[in-house]
Design a protein around this ligand. Structure first.
Ligand SMILES: [Zn+2]
Length: 322
């Protein structure tokens, strides 16, 4: 903080600048410093989440979303792959090649297995079944050689409904060289993907506009909620990891979502940088059912009451354009 303020002072001599201008510059500098919070965007369910509008391919969605990320100079975004979705899908395979040539990628298990419905051993087999594809995509000459794919994102964010299962899988992941790609911010963006595919098929412009406004108001609400949770749990803000999904709505809504993050004062960083925050070394170390993000898990562990917030529009998203 001192450095930046010092720079402002040194660069703009008060004799050349009106006092009011200097004061407002300082205020802007302080406001920026107070709000800037590091956040890494991550994307799950590659090559594709949810339904597609007619005439739109997975390649289209991937290409268009990558173009937005590039245009907006977003730091490398980890995409987490379920290789089973590639079976019999030339479009999916092509889409994945586009992603992995441009952005880093990690393991989301082969079949998107649910650790709450399966044993630790079955989960571990599913992690390993995904590896040959990741290895192939990372090999020299693939466009993204040197990619560190030893990051695991738990499907459904389920880390184990018993403490034994949780510990067994964590121990296994460490031995196998994996880091856990935790999540600390999530507004369940995937719910808008299939809804958008339906509305686009009907060319229902009014509903598509509702999807846009409801997406952004929900995102805003849950960004604020996540930050409030961090303060309640740790007493201060943290580096955040945001969960998103690649689907029909992604490239359409991404520019607005990036604007919102900027408006809220987030500074985009890589997953590695976000997780350099010591809170990501923390482990609630209890069995939990459908507990959500690391922050949600910590809230349960510490039995902290949630701040008031507006819920996501689950029902409306299911029924819109049906
Ligand atoms: Zn997933």
């Amino acid at each position: 903080m001192k450095n930046l303020v010092g720079t402002v002072r040194c660069s703009f001599s008060a004799s050349l600048w009106p006092k009011a201008a200097v004061l407002s510059l300082l205020l802007v500098a302080f406001a920026g410093l107070g709000a800037a919070q590091k956040l890494a965007i991550t994307i799950d369910d590659l090559p594709q989440n949810g339904a597609l509008p007619p005439g739109v391919t997975r390649v289209d969605i991937t290409r268009d979303t990558l173009a937005v990320l590039k245009k907006r100079h977003v730091p490398p975004v980890y995409g987490f792959i379920n290789a089973k979705k590639l079976e019999g899908s030339v479009d999916g395979a092509e889409a994945l090649k586009l992603w992995t040539a441009a952005e880093p990628f990690g393991n989301h298990t082969y079949t998107h297995i649910d650790l709450e419905a399966n044993t630790a051993e079955a989960f571990e087999r599913d992690v390993e079944q995904n590896e040959p594809t990741l290895e192939l995509l990372a090999k020299p000459g693939s466009g993204n050689s040197g990619n560190d794919w030893h990051w695991l994102r738990y499907p459904y964010l389920h880390e184990g409904d018993t403490v034994e299962k949780r510990r067994a899988v964590r121990e296994y992941l460490t031995k196998r060289g994996y880091k856990i790609a935790q999540v600390t911010l999530d507004w369940e963006d995937y719910m808008w993907n299939s809804a958008y595919a339906r509305c686009a098929a009907k060319n229902d412009k009014k509903s598509i506009e509702w999807l846009r406004t409801s997406y952004l108001s929900t995102a805003s609400e849950f960004l604020d909620l996540g930050r409030a949770q961090a303060k309640l749990i740790y007493g201060h803000e943290i580096n955040y990891v945001l969960l998103m999904h690649l689907g029909a709505f992604s490239s359409t809504i991404m520019p607005d979502a990036l604007d919102l993050l900027k408006k809220k004062g987030f500074k985009l960083v890589t997953l590695e940088e976000a997780e350099s925050d010591p809170v990501y070394q923390g482990d609630p170390d209890i069995g939990l059912h459908d507990a959500g993000t690391l922050l949600d898990q910590m809230m349960q562990l510490k039995q902290i009451k949630y701040p008031e917030h507006v819920e996501k529009p689950y029902k409306d998203l299911q029924s819109v354009c049906q």
